[in-house]
Design a binder for this molecule. Sequence first.
Ligand SMILES: [Zn+2]
Ligand SMILES: [Zn+2]
Length: 373
Amino acid sequence: MSDLYELLGVSQDASDDDIKRAYRRQARAHHPDTGGDAEEFKAVTHAFQVLSDPQKRARYDRFGDDGTPQGRGSGDPFGFGGGFGGINDVIDAFFGAGFSGRSTGGPRRAQPGRDVLVTVELTLEDVVEGVEREIEVDVARRCDDCGGVGSADGSAPERCSECGGAGQVQRVVRTAFGQLATAEPCASCRGAGRAVSDPCPRCAGEGRRQVHRTLSVPIPPGLEDGDRIPVRGEGEAGRQGAPEGDLYVQVRVAPHEVFDRDGRDLVAEVTVPVTQAALGGTVRVPTVDGEDVEVPVPAGTQPGDVLTVRRGGVPVRGGGRRGDLHLVTRVEVPTGLDAEQRELLGRLAEVRGEPLASSGRGLFTRLRSAFTR
Ligand SMILES: [Zn+2]
Ligand SMILES: [Zn+2]
């Protein structure tokens, strides 16, 4: 039989408070609700039941009698057969509502309103520049008529008569330890513990009402798909003057028809004729800024070679140094040759010693890394 003090992890001279604290910690760690082992949970609960009762504790200290009929591990001496009850019900039942730290709906005057999420769609151009967006949102805001108090005459809410101001009412639940009283929020005051006697007719005593709003939200440059911009205090108003929640603007970045985004860099494909790839030249390409740029194509450019336009990408989040624009070249082989063109190309093949029928192992090469990336 293990030592009950050891089980709880306290010394023999532990105070009642030490024992309560230790049990709360152990029960959390071992309750099956939180992934613990049921046997361990039974053991620490039993240790607590003995050590938290002055008479049982004295008996245990003197005689080592922990009150177990045939020792632990045989059958179900504590009647756990019917399940444990939820961890929070168990802890609240031992220590009083709210001890478990879960929300019991007790009086919390300052419970803020909920946060609100809206989504905006941006183009890649918006991401480069940053943009100001009008956001439309339906949300509960503080009632103008009563200034958020909720009463018609402006008087402050008073103690709720249903729950006596506690904000919660007792409820009896069945657990492994028999019937336990637990608390749930008062339906009349919705857990606030206070109510107005003469409700504001505009908001029915809520102190807030649903409105349609248009807000102008600055969107900084460089954001990525899924980023959220917090707008403090622009969410739902709390009940009867409690603080507002926040508004979050979530960004969706629409795919661009030309540019793919790779972090700060942009990537696009450009087509150059085979003659230009061989001889060198320039291509004019559009950029995400809306201005065309002239990009040199070096002589001997191969398919898949990358031409880079410095600072042609997008800024980092919040604005700043921009990434680059990478142009992956696609070399276009001419088709539909007329007689003159065929003759010219034939002449080129002849001069370069490139027979039109070729063979040999030298024709095979490894795939170029630029092509496979
Ligand atoms: Zn009102
Ligand atoms: Zn109430």
